[in-house]
Each structure stands twice: as C-alpha cells, then as structure tokens.
Write a protein that binds this ligand. Structure first.
Ligand SMILES: [Zn+2]
Length: 338
C-alpha cells in the first residue's frame, strides 16, 4: 500500500498537479498507477544499496534517490522517500551500520523526498531550506483551498480512486495540527555544514530551479554530491513552477554546482542512476536545448499553442517520462524566454 503522500507526488511528477505535498500519517487505498515510471521500479530494485566512496552510499527505493553517510559516531541521510517504505529504508541502513541515524536532510518539499520524515523524526534531526518547512506547513491550507473543486470534478468523472484520495486529503487537512506535520525543525536560508568524524558535509541552497527550496549536499572528503531534483539523470524533469521552480533557474543552479565541485565528483541525482560530471552536463544540455527551442519559436513569432503542438527534441526521446513531462517542460520554457 502506498501512502497518500506518494499519490500526490506521483501525480505531481506526472505533471497532472503541482499542488501540495500532502503529507500525512494516514494511508490511502491503492491509487491508480500512473506513468511516472521512475517510481515504479522492478521489485528487485527496491532498496538497492550502492556503496560509493568515503562512507557514502546511494539507496534506490521508490521515489527520489536516497544518499547516506556513515561516520564514526553517526549516520546522516538525505531524503526519506515515502512513509510506507521508510521503515525498510532504515532497515537497509542498519544493515550497513549500527551507528545512530542522527540527521536527515530534505533536498526539497515533494512527497517522494519527505514522505518518510514521519518515521525518521523519531530519532533524527530533520534539516532543510526555510521554504521546505514553509511549504510543508502550508499543505493543509492549500488542500482546503484547492481540493474541493477537484473533488467535485472527480465525482463528475466517476473517478473513484481519485474521489477517495481527495476526500481523505481534505479530511486530513481539516484535522491535522501543525506539530503533526513532520517538517524540518532546523532550517537555513543559504548554506550549512555538518561535521561528522573527518567528513564535512556541505549543504547549499541553490537559486530556484526544481522548486524555490532546493538544496544539494556535498561530501567534501568522499567527493560525492547529492543533487536532489536539481538533476534528473536521463529522465525528463518535473519543473515545479507553481512552487517557485524555473527552467532558466536550472542552468544557473547547475552551473553554480559545477563551479564548486571537482571534475571527478560522483553524483547522486534525485531520479535516475548515480553518475558523474558527464551525466550532469548531459542534463544541462537538455535544459539548454529546451530553452533554445523555445527561444527560436518566440523569435519566429509563434504562439504558445502552435509551439506546443509541434515541439519535439528527438535527442531526448529515450529519456524516461518524455511523453508525460516534455510538453510541460516546453510550455514552461516558452513562458520564461520572452
Ligand atoms: Zn521533486
């Protein structure tokens, strides 16, 4: 069974909605499967742990990739995926180290990265950019504002799983107390460093790209970088413009990162396989090509509708989620290149 948070995140990634993250303690019935294929991993892929270097590991589950670091007296984790699989994630980490999990960093507020916070907060301090907390706390109000209309729509269309999901969300939003929302309790507006043993873990907030609360995490000694959803590796990104994200911002954010890490860095993307600088540059090229295509259409005086009808970037057709999210990316690019 998936949590309601997972439904919201999957819908959001599929571009259907970009609404609240909808965190909750409760579970919802099995949702309608969607085409956000990177969430639907093969069973053998769930909880795949990959040692990288210097005590840093990546962990693929369902949702955003997790990174974790094992120090001499503490474990630090990056992102928590979904509530229903968070206990399994903790179990995997415990297989690698019996040191206490003391820190959890959220790279941004989406449900497939913070859904497991509720499990982690029992033992770990949760840290993130100010806007992550702000957006998580705003969830109930946003649900009460946006979901009743969607519920009516779902009822009209006879979409029963959606009706159940939206009704549950509204019920949750009516009842939940601020302190029940497992938001980060330590927040920052720019940068933060955590020192564990010999390792320095740098957390950098970047200019708005995926959302306006994005952080990346760099392990200095290990030379490993976790980029959250500022990097989708060989996957078409979801760009959450409604949460302050920006296509152009992706270039700024990526370039800032490239300027700060060594060329032989190992990179954990928010979605997709672990890669290196070459992989990140490939993703940067996608964003650059997307903006260039939109710019050309604007220069030729084409309307947004006309542009979206024919737009295509064949070089990236093999990327996951092309069918689901490419047009949305192109529309956002068109809006931004005025
Ligand atoms: Zn995200």
């Amino acid at each position: 069974m998936r949590t309601r948070a997972s439904v919201a995140a999957v819908l959001a990634l599929a571009g259907a909605v970009a609404g609240p993250t909808a965190l909750s303690a409760q579970s919802s019935p099995t949702p309608t499967p969607t085409s956000a294929e990177h969430h639907d991993r093969k069973p053998e892929d769930i909880f795949r742990v990959k040692p990288l270097s210097g005590g840093v590991y990546s962990l693929y589950g369902r949702g955003g990739n997790i990174g974790f670091f094992v120090g001499p007296d503490a474990v630090l984790v990056i992102d928590s995926e979904f509530k229903d699989i968070a206990p399994g994630i903790v179990e995997q980490i415990k297989k690698v180290s019996d040191k206490p999990i003391k820190f959890l960093i959220n790279t941004h507020h989406h449900g497939d990265h913070v859904g497991g916070n509720e499990i982690f907060r029992a033992f770990a301090m949760i840290l993130a950019h100010d806007n992550v907390r702000m957006r998580m706390l705003a969830d109930p109000a946003n649900i009460l504002r946006d979901y009743p209309a969607r519920l009516e729509e779902a009822k009209k269309n006879g979409n029963d799983p959606q009706v159940k999901f939206l009704s549950d969300q509204i019920e949750w939003a009516k009842k939940v107390k601020v302190e029940e929302i497992p938001a980060p309790i330590v927040t920052y507006d720019s940068e933060l460093r955590i020192h564990i043993g010999e390792e320095t873990i740098q957390i950098w907030h970047l200019p708005p790209a995926h959302t306006d609360g994005d952080s990346v995490v760099y392990f200095e000694k290990a030379k490993v970088l976790h980029m959250g959803d500022d990097f989708f590796h060989k996957i078409i990104p979801f760009i959450d413009v409604k949460s302050g994200g920006s296509v152009k911002g992706y270039l700024v954010a990526i370039d800032r990162v490239i300027g700060r890490v060594p060329p032989d860095v190992t990179i954990i993307p928010g979605h997709g396989e672990v890669t290196d600088m070459g992989g990140l540059k490939g993703f940067r090229q996608y964003i650059a090509d997307l903006l260039e295509t939109a710019r050309k259409a604007r220069a030729a005086g084409r309307s947004k509708d006309d542009f979206l009808k024919g737009v295509d970037l064949p070089a990236y057709k093999e990327y996951g989620g092309y069918k689901d999210r490419f047009k949305a990316n192109a529309g956002s690019a068109y809006d931004e290149v005025k």
